[in-house]
Design a protein around this ligand. Structure first.
Ligand SMILES: *Cc1c(COP(=O)(O)O)cnc(C)c1O
Length: 481
């Protein structure tokens, strides 16, 4: 007797597969009718602490388990009123493309097979979207965090030819990186991971609109040089996570050029409006970066997970990650031929076929449709900001240059401390009542309800409902206290 993991009854599994597709289509189609969030009940939580399965269970039983214990308690970024952190909502066709990629089970790393060329095609399209030359390189990543780390490795190794072999000791002196105090924590993690250390990330102060103060950055670089430190990289923000602020990217590019520094841009979500003619001016300078990180799973609404990094100097990119070894040589013919292995451009060897959904979704909608969706989200942000400004009990806490609205309930007779506690309570009740899923931040000591709009299912009425519910919950709190 010989064994395999394929189903003993293909027909039964095929039927179950059809049911799964039907169920998931219905689940996505009817998202609006459900609560935005469901707390996991205790019996479900305890059901998710079972011992390691020793024997087999029927696929249908496993699926029932999923329907009962997993699906209803989704993070729910598929819901029209999800605006937490920065998360996209995925699409039904994206779900299906992930199924196809998983069915193929392609390992997109090395070899002469279609998936390698699909990723290359997607990278070429990405360069075109953001005005990077065809000679630049890139790689799809799990997200902008890995994209940022990838670019830090390239920037560091590019700085000095011996760093790759000898480590940071090859450089006499301390490498330092510059970026605004609003720079995302994952970029700082990247700086830690490449051995530079977060103390050597210079948090440059921001102006009243949360943009980096470029003059102060120039002074800091000069002072650091006088102290014997070695400035080597600037990180610009195209859309800060707190408020969506866009640094003066042209000016940062000019500083980097004058000082001989690597210029990286974290554009996780904020780079995407570059596809709109009316936003090109705000994001001018994006195309001047040495490296750019952005996500397909945020403001391109693609299914988790897929991000991307583009790097202008393809040779520097390859040099940072390639290690010639006997078992990864490219041949002239056969499966071992094909494009340059993607393991020469990143940390991972085995990689999934996330390029397929990007390829299929960009084809399904076309870039113009994405422009339309991003424009709709930008309009929704202004709409919500206006609702907040017009309501006497609501206060806008930051400028709205893009798709992020930070506001709070403020009836104008309470201390900041009390307001912070109240608004946190309002946020938790908005979630618990299943009304909407904004998240939070703290701006200048003020707790903010933060609405990040990268949702292709939201309508204007959803934002009106949020504003109304905020005020209702606040007032109920004072009645019940
Ligand atoms: C979300 C985000 C990141 C991290 O991206 P992931 O895809 O979650 O890894 C980095 N920078 C900014 C500005 C972000 O909003």
């Amino acid at each position: 007797m010989e064994y395999s993991l394929d189903p003993p009854d293909w027909e039964a599994l095929r039927l179950l597969g059809h049911r799964m597709v039907d169920d998931m289509m219905e689940y996505l189609r009817t998202a609006r009718g459900r609560k935005a969030w469901e707390k996991m009940p205790d019996d479900v939580l305890s059901d998710l602490q079972q011992s390691l399965p020793q024997g087999p269970q029927k696929a249908t039983a496993v699926y029932e388990d999923f329907l009962h214990n997993v699906l209803p308690y989704n993070t729910n970024n598929i819901h029209p009123r999800f605006w937490g952190w920065v998360q996209g909502g995925g699409t039904p066709f994206g779900m299906l493309s992930d199924m196809l990629a998983s069915g193929m089970n392609a390992n997109v790393s090395i070899g002469d097979h279609s998936a390698m060329y699909i990723e290359k095609q997607v990278l070429d399209w990405s360069k075109e979207i953001f005005g990077f030359p065809p000679s630049s390189s890139g790689i799809l990543t799990s997200g902008a965090s890995m994209a940022n780390i990838t670019s830090m490795v390239v920037a560091r190794n590019h700085f000095h030819a011996s760093i790759k072999q000898k480590g940071l000791r090859a450089v006499e002196g301390q490498l330092t990186v510059y970026g605004s105090s609003e720079t995302h924590s994952c970029a700082i993690k990247g700086i830690e991971v490449v051995g530079i250390g977060s103390d050597n990330f210079r948090k440059v102060p921001v102006d009243e609109n949360y943009k980096v103060r470029t003059k102060v950055m120039r002074t800091m670089i000069e002072e650091d040089r006088q102290k014997g430190l070695i400035p080597f990289c600037i990180i610009g923000n195209a859309g800060t996570v707190n408020t969506g602020a866009i640094d003066d990217l042209e000016e940062l590019a000019a500083i980097a050029k004058a000082e001989g520094l690597w210029f990286h841009i974290d554009g996780a979500f904020g780079a995407i409006p570059y596809i709109l003619p009316e936003c090109k001016k705000q994001l001018k300078g994006l195309e001047l970066a040495d490296s750019l990180s952005f996500d397909y799973h945020k403001w391109f609404y693609m299914n988790y997970e897929v991000g991307c990094v583009l790097i202008k100097d393809a040779a520097a990119h390859r040099a940072a990650f390639s290690i010639p070894v006997n078992y990864l040589m490219t041949h002239e013919r056969g499966l071992s031929a094909g494009p340059d292995p993607l393991s020469n451009y990143g940390m991972e060897l085995s990689r999934g076929f996330k390029a397929l959904k990007v390829w299929m979704l960009l084809k399904e909608h076309g870039i113009k449709k994405y422009a339309q969706m991003v424009r709709q989200n930008l309009h929704q942000a202004q709409y919500l900001a206006n609702l907040v400004k017009e309501h006497k009990e609501l206060e806008l806490l930051a400028d709205v240059p893009m798709n992020i609205v930070c506001y709070r309930w403020n009836p104008g007779r309470m201390s900041n401390e009390a307001l912070n506690a109240c608004n946190k309570e309002i946020l938790m009740r908005l979630h618990e009542e299943g009304i909407a899923l904004p998240s939070y931040t703290v701006l200048k000591d003020k707790y903010a309800i933060r609405v990040a709009i990268t949702n292709h299912r939201s309508r204007l009425e959803d934002f009106a409902e949020l504003a109304k519910a905020t005020v209702r919950i606040a007032n109920e709190m004072f009645v019940t206290q």
